[in-house]
Design a protein around this ligand. Structure first.
Ligand code: C5P
Length: 284
């Protein structure tokens, strides 16, 4: 019996420009994605016999076959041809969802990485990322992590220079948005954005954190419900000292970037209310 632990870090989008809807129903993106050290944890045990089972500390999350972690494991064994003798996965959720923080994608990616470590250490990254793309548009980035430009529907990745050292405060209001519904709102209003990440890429290349904050943009901010709490949360993050603050992914979480750990810790504490849950972590 072998047990290993795999971290599943959250992601934020420093830029998320949504282009028109494609024939396959997905939207062409220019997205700059960034890993943040706020993590779910997978504990994966390989044993002999007993099939596959998933447990989870989160009462609302189905541990059944529809869970993205289970789907990742089934796909891993199918694609590699490794016989699925017995594997137990415990998922400890910290990242709120649905929030636009990539929680489910991060868990699926961590499952793929853990299973590779256990059963197929020679499997190349490219094959793991192909499996990841079949599970969801954000999963390939979550397999890789760091700072990357994502194109296509989000699965075509190019590494970018790392974001200068800073800390992200993540704030999730109680309200929740469906990703598919948020894409439909963009279609209904045809408020597509140009797929140009040049200003963000230049700021990253120059190691210019204020420049990164100035280049932050997210198409989904244009289609937020009129009563959304998110704009006020971004304003409050800036009052707390965030250099920039924006919606993450299709929401409803927002993030703020802070230059110091102390500032982020204080910001996260101030943003924690009865209506919100907040976290902070270093960008990685
Ligand atoms: O790929 P994933 O399953 O995470 O996507 C969830 C939903 O988000 C899709 O069903 C689709 O409606 C929408 N989506 C999109 N364009 C993208 C990525 C996702 O329309 N580039």
């Amino acid at each position: 019996m072998t047990t290993l632990v795999e971290k599943a870090p959250a992601k934020i989008n420093l830029q998320l420009s949504v282009g028109p809807r494609r024939a396959d129903g997905y939207h062409e993106l220019a997205s700059v994605m960034q890993t943040v050290d706020v993590c779910d944890t997978l504990t994966v045990t390989a044993h002999t016999g007993g099939g596959m089972s998933l447990t989870c500390n989160h009462p609302d999350l189905s541990p059944g076959e529809d869970n993205l972690v289970c789907r990742a494991a089934v796909l891993f064994f199918q694609c590699t041809g490794v016989p699925m003798d017995g594997v137990t996965i415990h998922l400890h959720k910290v990242i709120p969802m649905p929030a636009g923080l990539g929680g489910g994608s991060a868990d699926a990616a961590a499952a793929l990485r853990a299973l590779r470590r256990l059963y197929a250490p020679a499997l190349p990254d490219s094959e793991l990322e192909t499996m990841a793309a079949a599970l969801g548009s954000d999963v390939p980035f979550c397999v890789r992590g760091g700072t990357a430009l994502a194109a296509g529907r989000g699965e075509k990745l190019s590494p970018l220079p790392p974001l200068p050292q800073c800390w992200a405060v993540l704030v999730k209001p109680h309200e929740a948005y469906s990703t598919a519904a948020m894409y439909r709102r963009i279609d209904d209003t045809a408020c597509y954005d140009p797929l140009d990440a040049a200003p963000m890429v230049s700021a990253l290349t120059a190691g210019d954190l204020p420049g990164v904050c100035a280049a932050m943009t997210n198409t989904f901010e244009k289609v937020l419900p009129p009563d959304a709490a998110t704009a006020a949360l971004c304003r409050r993050l800036k009052e707390q000292g965030a250099m920039g603050a924006m919606l993450s992914g299709s929401g409803s979480a927002v993030f703020g970037l802070f230059a110091s750990r102390e500032g982020a810790a204080q910001g996260a504490a101030a943003m924690q209310t009865e209506q919100t849950i907040s976290f902070f972590g270093r960008v990685m």
